[in-house]
Design a protein around this ligand. Structure first.
Ligand SMILES: *Cc1c(COP(=O)(O)O)cnc(C)c1O
Length: 407
């Protein structure tokens, strides 16, 4: 059977397997190898590894292109950014993953010029593409969940001779396939939903089948820069990828329920989730994506102190950075230096695969006591079963009821 005929859920399970023959294992083994017997195309462990290849075959089949595994999402992004000639121009979203903005901004003087744009504004982005070398798009964006019009951006950028890369971390190939919209290369933080278990750092590029030269340059760069994955990481990521569809379907369904309940909650000022009919990017996401995905961002009444207290009040929901794990995590993005432009009370919720009512009960509890703990003078007496927000390391316990409880 050709991969073209198969659903993504099936591809995630069958691609990247060893050849079927008697007593062959079903899974590619972890090849701990720095060197290989001479005479083959790989030869040295910085240039290739069978465990990477198995992962790459599976991810490439899912995205509809040719994949390369890198040490991290940032290593994959950097390999793509090295396509930009010295003194060239990169167009990138002003609201996007903080690490990418930092990578662009921290480059040595003269390395490149960055034109930051509102990536959801197609005309402004394409205007900025005139005379540029690379459009490094992200959609939906981290953490504001803005949706870029990928087809229009790819077509317009190509008209202007600009190469298009799309960071597809938030959508995964189950949510959207940017290569099908015309992108030249997709970048992933495999660390997130693709690997899916918060236990591995890994990245990947996936190039369009028609872009063999770009793929070859990226591969050479990976070898020479040495930003290579460990074989164990590739194995874990492939193992996570096998259940991608199951996890994605559950997490997305959970997110849809939670987003609507957040909209209806009086302590929540605004919910950003492209699955909500009232969301600014609902229609664009519906046209371009298979669904709105598993990430929700929402803003709290009461500002940063309330949001911070909510983030720290989960008992089931984990207070942690990163996203895309099987467990639900939450954080206030504005707590990071460099995230000053993010609304201070914005909480980014990475919805996991737990029972949705269990997640909601915990979230509702966190919203209640977070609001009480973060709002001076507000008494939470009316609420049953109250637990104080967890203190940061070194911080004294604060109690919304006046300091006597320590639960
Ligand atoms: C986390 C993340 C990255 C960076 O990936 P690492 O694996 O942490 O290096 C890039 N893009 C987005 C959208 C991310 O969320």
């Amino acid at each position: 059977m050709e991969a073209d005929d198969l659903a993504p859920a099936t591809i995630a399970i069958i691609a990247g397997r060893p050849k079927r023959q008697p007593d062959a294992p079903l899974n590619e083994a972890v090849s701990f190898a720095s060197t290989f017997h001479a005479g083959g195309p790989v030869a040295y462990g910085r240039d290739g590894n069978p465990t990477w290849t198995a992962f790459e075959d599976a991810l490439g089949a899912l995205e509809g292109g040719t994949a390369l595994a890198f040490a991290s999402g940032m290593a994959a992004s950097m390999a793509v950014l090295d396509e930009v000639p010295i003194g060239g121009v990169v167009v990138a979203p002003v609201q996007s993953y903080y690490g990418t903005r930092k990578l662009l901004g921290d480059a040595p003087d003269g390395r490149w010029t960055v034109r930051f744009v509102d990536i959801a504004d197609t005309k402004a982005t394409l205007d900025a593409c005139s005379g540029a070398d690379l459009l490094f798009a992200e959609s939906p964006t981290n953490p504001l969940l803005e949706v870029a019009d990928l087809s229009a951006l790819c077509a317009g950028a190509h008209d202007r001779g600009v190469v298009v890369a799309v960071d597809n971390t938030f959508a995964t190939p189950l949510g959207q396939r940017p290569l099908g919209h015309g992108a030249d290369v997709v970048v992933h933080s495999v660390t997130k939903f693709l690997a899916g278990h918060s236990d591995v750092i890994l990245g990947a590029t996936v190039t369009h089948f028609g872009k063999g030269e770009l793929h070859d340059r990226l591969r050479r760069r990976r070898s020479s820069h040495g930003a290579i994955p460990g074989p164990m990481e590739a194995f874990l990521a492939l193992r996570g990828l096998r259940t991608l569809a199951l996890r994605y379907e559950r997490a997305e369904a959970n997110a849809g329920v939670l987003a609507q309940r957040l909209v209806d909650h009086p302590a929540v000022e605004r919910v950003r989730y492209p699955g909500l009919p009232a969301d600014a990017w609902h229609d664009r996401a519906a046209a371009q994506m298979t669904g709105p995905g598993f990430m929700i961002s929402f803003e709290m009444f009461g500002g940063a102190p309330v949001a911070e207290a909510v983030a720290r009040s989960g008992r089931l929901i984990v207070h942690a950075t990163s996203l895309g794990g099987i467990e639900t995590t939450i954080e206030r993005r504005g707590r990071w230096p460099g995230e000053e432009a993010t609304p201070p009370s914005l909480l980014r919720l990475s919805v996991g695969c737990e029972n949705v009512d269990d997640i909601w009960r915990d979230l509702e509890h966190a919203l209640t006591i977070g609001t009480c703990a973060g709002t001076p003078g507000l008494s939470p007496i009316a609420f049953q079963g109250i637990v104080v927000p967890r203190p940061l390391p070194g911080e004294p316990r604060r109690c919304p009821m006046g300091g006597r409880r320590s639960g």
